[in-house]
Design a protein around this ligand. Structure first.
Ligand code: LMR
Length: 342
């Protein structure tokens, strides 16, 4: 056997081995694409339940090609860190409250924090499910983020260790807020002292008296057991708290089309689900708070609620320079809200 023949045999052997290797590799099931979805609330909240629903439908519709791992209750990241983690690609999906986009440089989302700007879910959905909502989500793209959907939680009420009936009762109270300049102004308009704090730290801050009170949709108050460390809850429903479901844009755009398409469908279904259960969940949790008997629940009269409205609607004007007068006006146009008619 000359040198040329033995080289040819060697090449043939390597090719055969390579082929066998390729067959055994392609016979291996493909590892799923993992999507880490981090959030800060409990699993039995509107956001917690909707993210689990999304994970289930994502697995079904992609036939196992994508696996959504949900990390609830700030177990991976707290409020501020989770935004950084998304941009760095350490997690792929989040659903932060709309009040938490200011520090990212997208202040326009704080329009959702303006007190009393939405009367109910119906007027809110005109914005979140319409062209205005889409325009706002598109603003995230320059930050390397893609906005996929809006998920509801609900309307916030004040709780404290002091009974709250009138705006004057808020004077001097230290109140925890989310990181939104509009919420800061809201508390100042009532004579309170706002304190920004991560959601995961609120229970302890209330328990130890670092702050006197806070504002929450009831689902957040109840599932974090805040009602056990707050003597009074007044159903003011003075502002909205909801979420934008967001993904790392580079990750999302890089997904194979046969995975992204089914994921978009799963997100659509999860959004319908989230927005269907949000009110039900908050109503159930209010009943549970009442039943627990640890906090006194007060429903203000029409006149009492109007006093809060009159004290807080001027915040819309004060915040024009931050959010944009045009954006605020276009929300009024969509919802029919008229600040002149109080
Ligand atoms: C809060 O910090 O109070 C909320 O944004 C928590 C949440 O995600 O609902």
């Amino acid at each position: 056997m000359n040198a040329g023949t033995s080289r040819r045999r060697m090449v043939a052997l390597v090719a055969a081995l390579g082929g066998a290797l390729a067959i055994s590799v392609s016979a291996q099931p493909q590892a799923p694409i993992v999507i880490k979805f981090s959030h800060v609330v409990a699993t039995d909240t509107p956001k917690g339940l909707a993210s689990e629903f999304f994970a289930k439908r994502a697995a079904e519709l992609t036939k196992g090609k994508a696996k959504v791992e949900v990390y609830a209750n700030s177990q991976l990241y707290k409020d501020k860190e989770e935004m950084e983690a998304l941009q760095l690609g350490a997690v792929q999906m989040l659903a932060p409250s709309l009040a938490k986009f200011g520090p990212l440089g997208v202040k326009e989302f704080e329009v959702f924090d303006l007190p009393f700007i939405f009367d109910d879910y119906k007027s809110l959905h005109k914005v979140t499910q319409g062209p205005l909502g889409k325009q706002l989500l598109d603003k995230l793209e320059t930050k390397g983020i893609k906005g996929l959907a809006y998920w509801d939680n609900g309307f916030k009420s004040f709780s404290a260790n002091k009974a709250i009936r009138t705006p004057a009762d808020m004077k001097g109270l230290k109140l925890r807020i989310q990181s939104s300049k509009v919420l800061d102004e809201e508390i100042r308009a009532l004579g309170g002292v706002p304190q920004v704090m991560a959601f995961s730290e609120v229970y302890q801050a209330l328990q130890t008296g670092v702050v006197d009170g806070t504002e929450n949709p009831i689902s957040n108050l109840y599932t974090q057991k805040m009602h056990e460390v707050q003597k009074y809850l007044t159903i003011t429903e003075h502002g909205y708290l909801g979420y934008a479901v967001i993904v790392n844009k580079k990750f999302w755009d890089g997904l194979p089309a046969d995975v992204r398409g089914p994921l978009e469908q799963a997100m659509k279904e999860a959004t319908d689900y989230a927005n269907k259960i949000a009110k039900e969940q908050n109503d159930l949790d209010l009943e549970a708070v009442k039943k627990a008997g640890r906090t006194q629940v007060y429903v203000p009269t029409k006149e009492e609620r109007m006093a809060f409205k009159k004290a807080l609607v001027p915040v819309h004007k004060t915040m024009e320079s931050r959010i944009g007068a045009d954006l605020i006006k276009s929300i009024y146009k969509e919802t029919g809200f008229d600040p002149g008619k109080l």
